[in-house]
Design a protein around this ligand. Structure first.
Ligand code: SAM
Length: 280
């Protein structure tokens, strides 16, 4: 196996710094540097981009991003035990890696990076969905990122790329595909990680569109979709009853059938409803 850099192998890094994986932090590490470089390549040309990486851990993906030429990487890691190992990577790539010991949910990352910005991460499962929803729902579009290249449990990845009419179609699919293009770029078996998780994983690549596919207010659309899929087996008129007493009229005004269920409604339909809901 050819080395992507002159730093020690990750097993050695983990042993040297005592980085036993902690379940509560969603720590399933990628130790194959050829694999992490391959994931970094899914993000496209990194040479002219600043990258946010959430949860670098011992730094396998970080090293992949830097070896693939990322202009700068901001790595946000909650676990302070990882800092010495990450410090060694920063020394090997002078001026290109900044490490923040923080919770990614609290970090104002965009102000610290120059455009174009890409987000690349093997996300901790416990905050992955919340971070994704935040990245997908800024009030203005285009967002502060150009692309997201994110590792999720495969089931979550399938929800992001799902089409109407399928069981996996829901809030994540609508929010991801309304203003972006999303596809699964790679699937990985549990053995690719140390320790192996119980389920398969997948890398999703999301590219921001210059403008939304259909007009809608992000906050209103988010609220409508959350409620519609909150009770996905109910008909729309029942699932959305709490939004407004005249929901049936508004569904009809949006061109929707009040007796349909949320999973039958395409993104265009939800956007039409969000526009009708935004009216007094
Ligand atoms: N990137 C490494 C890799 O691919 O081997 C580690 C990935 S591991 C799935 C997730 C990482 O996220 C862990 O290092 C964990 O400590 C970190 N983490 C967990 N919660 C976090 C949070 N709220 N903010 C920042 N990092 C977090």
């Amino acid at each position: 196996m050819s080395a992507i850099d002159d730093l020690p192998p990750l097993r050695q890094v983990i042993a040297t710094h005592g980085l036993s994986a902690r379940k509560a932090l969603g720590q399933n590490f990628l130790l194959d540097l050829n694999l992490t470089a391959k994931i970094a390549r899914i993000a496209g040309d990194l040479s002219g981009a600043d990258v946010l990486e959430v949860g670098p851990g011992p730094g396998g993906l970080t090293r992949g991003l830097l070896a693939e030429g990322a202009r700068r990487v901001l790595a946000v890691e909650k676990d302070a035990r990882c800092l010495p190992a990450l410090g060694e990577i920063a020394e090997a790539y002078p001026g290109r890696l900044e490490i923040l010991n923080a919770d990614a949910l609290d970090v104002d990352w965009a102000t610290q990076l120059a455009p174009p910005r890409k987000i690349v991460a093997n996300l901790p499962y416990n905050v992955g969905t919340e971070l994704l929803v935040r990245w997908l729902t800024p009030p203005a579009w285009p967002p502060q990122w150009d692309s997201l290249t994110l590792m999720f449990q495969r089931e979550v990845a399938e929800r992001i790329v799902a089409q109407p009419g399928s069981k996996a179609y829901g809030r994540l699919a609508v929010l991801a595909q309304w203003r972006a293009e999303a596809h699964i770029a790679m699937t990985l078996p549990p053995e690719a990680f140390t320790p192996p998780p119980k389920v398969r994983s997948a890398v999703v690549h999301v590219t921001a569109l210059p403008e939304p596919r259909f007009e809608a207010d992000a906050a209103v659309l988010s609220r409508v979709v959350k409620m519609a899929f909150g009770q996905r087996r109910k008909m729309l008129r029942a699932a959305l009853k709490a939004l407004t007493p005249d929901i049936e009229d508004r569904l009809i005004a949006a061109g929707l059938t009040p007796t349909d269920r949320a999973e039958q409604v395409p993104i265009e339909g939800f956007c039409a409803l969000a526009r009708v809901m935004a009216k007094p």
